[in-house]
Design a protein around this ligand. Structure first.
Ligand SMILES: *[C@@H]1O[C@H](CO)[C@@H](O)[C@H](O)[C@H]1NC(C)=O
Ligand SMILES: *[C@@H]1O[C@H](CO)[C@@H](O)[C@H](O)[C@H]1NC(C)=O
Ligand SMILES: *[C@@H]1O[C@H](CO)[C@@H](O)[C@H](O)[C@H]1NC(C)=O
Length: 467
């Protein structure tokens, strides 16, 4: 039967960093599982951003999801100082790889990461529609459109908003959104931001890693916006944890989970700020003081800052005791652990974990929601501040540590404030606990047959295959 069916190829162009790639692989598997006419080729741009990518590609086992690693075009002399320029310089490689991948089938569309949207020109040249895979939330997507409208209106310079206490209503949020939590990308380069949001508005659809029950208000607002493309919430798409090849990492993982096994239910606060989240020593001291005073059990993933002198990247401490207050590790030996890397999903799904202090990356949020763990928000970069606002004020599944913290302009957060946040987070009578448990159940159902995300997957496939 298979050979009589029309064959359809989709081309994915994700940003080649691990978290984006993993989400794309998940989406590709979801789509091909649903419809056996579909083949998907994931093009890996040659940006040399992430070394772990090759092993993930090798381990992917789906006969209808293929990977093509692009070569860099050495003859190309166009400027390549920004990510957008580097991505653009690979247009011709993307064009020929896509044409080759689709040979013998119908090329039904391209799915781009938002930062690869300059590639939409290639899709147009090949006569195929462009879609975007948006790896943050629907409320945040709507805020990008709202801010681009404000820039166009030009009644006030965007930078003046950033330094003000202005709060601006946005259709995808119930509450007015403080300018202090708007995404940094809007302020960094207004022209580039407008170009990007214009491209976003012009695509045939935006696939969003979220689910209807999590962001019902935002999704309804986008559906009602005639100037916004169709939005397909198909999540939550969570990363599979890779079985580590490295004995030391396996041992550390077992040790962490073994320690959690000995702790009472919902008693442990888990602190983890993402791969690029770190603090200076003064801030580390405030966090340690807060943890000790709160008396709560804790598991703290502590990263070592990059070094200006040696140029060393963010890494792990060999001896975290050196940056912690004197005697801290001894005094908290019975109640807490300071670790480096953390197997985040395994920790969040452990029954002993009762709260998650997080940098509010969207993947971390989805993991925490799926595990029913309430959060304390301490954002670092990018769109994390607006995610933090959404968690605290819109979804009411988090407490605030500091919503407008920015890693590139850090202001010391005092121990008192952190301690208060930890106590509120771990208070099982706080409504955030009940709220997130409810969402956990809904997140489990979303991708089941005839449920919200599952139905959006079907309508997305109908749209791309033109049925
Ligand atoms: C491409 O699509 C057309 C129309 O749906 C179909 O008739 C044709 O068989 C398809 N081609 C392949 C190679 O599947
Ligand atoms: C799908 O869900 C809708 C609404 O919940 C229901 O009316 C319909 O009968 C369901 N269809 C199937 C095939 O289960
Ligand atoms: C797919 O969506 C686009 C944009 O919303 C729409 O114009 C088009 O008609 C849809 N195609 C199908 C086959 O549903």
């Amino acid at each position: 039967m298979a050979e009589t069916k029309a064959k359809t190829t989709l081309i994915f162009v994700p940003l080649p960093v691990l978290s984006h790639l993993l989400a794309s692989i998940k989406l590709a598997n979801l789509l091909t599982d649903r419809d056996d006419r579909l083949s998907i080729t994931i093009l890996i741009l040659n940006l040399q951003l992430d070394s772990k990518i090759s092993s993930r590609i090798k381990n992917s086992q789906n006969s209808r999801v293929h990977f093509v690693q692009l070569e860099r075009d050495e003859s190309d002399k166009s400027p390549k100082s920004t990510l957008v320029q580097i991505v653009s310089s690979q247009k011709s490689a993307v064009k020929s790889a896509a044409a080759a991948a689709a040979a013998g089938s119908n090329l039904s569309g391209f799915i781009f990461d938002i930062l690869c949207s300059s590639m939409m020109d290639v899709a147009a040249e090949l006569g195929a529609p462009s879609y975007i895979f948006f790896t943050c939330g629907a409320a945040g997507l709507g805020l990008l459109f709202r801010i681009s409208d404000l820039i166009r209106r030009r009644d006030r310079a965007l930078k003046d908003y950033l330094d003000s206490d202005a709060e601006v209503p946005a259709p995808t949020f119930v509450n007015p959104v403080p300018a202090k939590v708007w995404p940094a990308m809007a302020f960094a380069n207004e022209a580039g931001f407008l170009d990007l949001t214009d491209r976003l508005r012009s695509v045939s659809g935006i696939v969003v890693n979220t689910f209807l029950e999590l962001e019902a208000h935002a999704i309804a607002a986008l559906a009602g916006d005639a100037a916004a493309p169709a939005v397909y919430p198909v999540g939550p798409l969570l990363h599979d944890e890779e079985e580590s090849a490295d004995d030391a990492a396996r041992l550390r993982r077992a040790e962490i989970l073994g320690w959690l096994d000995e702790q009472p239910e919902s008693s442990v606060a888990f602190l983890c700020f993402g791969t690029n989240g770190y603090f200076d020593e003064a801030q580390v001291t405030e966090i340690a003081t807060a943890l000790e005073r709160s008396g709560t059990r804790f598991l703290w993933s502590l990263r070592k800052p990059p070094s200006k002198e040696t140029g060393a990247a963010i890494s792990e401490y060999e001896n975290p005791g050196k940056v912690l207050p004197g005697g801290f590790l001894d005094r908290t030996a019975g109640t807490g652990r300071v670790i480096g890397w953390a197997p985040q999903m395994a920790v969040l799904s452990h029954r002993a974990v009762g709260g998650f202090m997080t940098h509010c990356g969207w993947n971390s949020i989805l993991e925490s929601v799926s595990c029913g763990v309430p959060m304390a928000v301490w954002p670092m970069f990018a769109e994390q501040q607006m995610n933090a606002f959404q968690l605290v004020h819109e979804l009411e599944i988090a407490v605030e540590i500091k919503m407008d913290y920015r890693r590139d302009a850090p202001k010391l957060v005092a121990a008192d404030r952190i301690e208060k946040g930890i106590r509120e987070l771990m208070d099982v009578d706080n409504k955030i606990h009940a709220n997130v448990k409810e969402l956990k159940e809904k997140s489990k159902n979303a991708l089941m047959e005839n449920e919200s995300s599952s139905n959006f997957v079907r309508s997305f496939i109908e749209n791309v295959t033109n049925l």
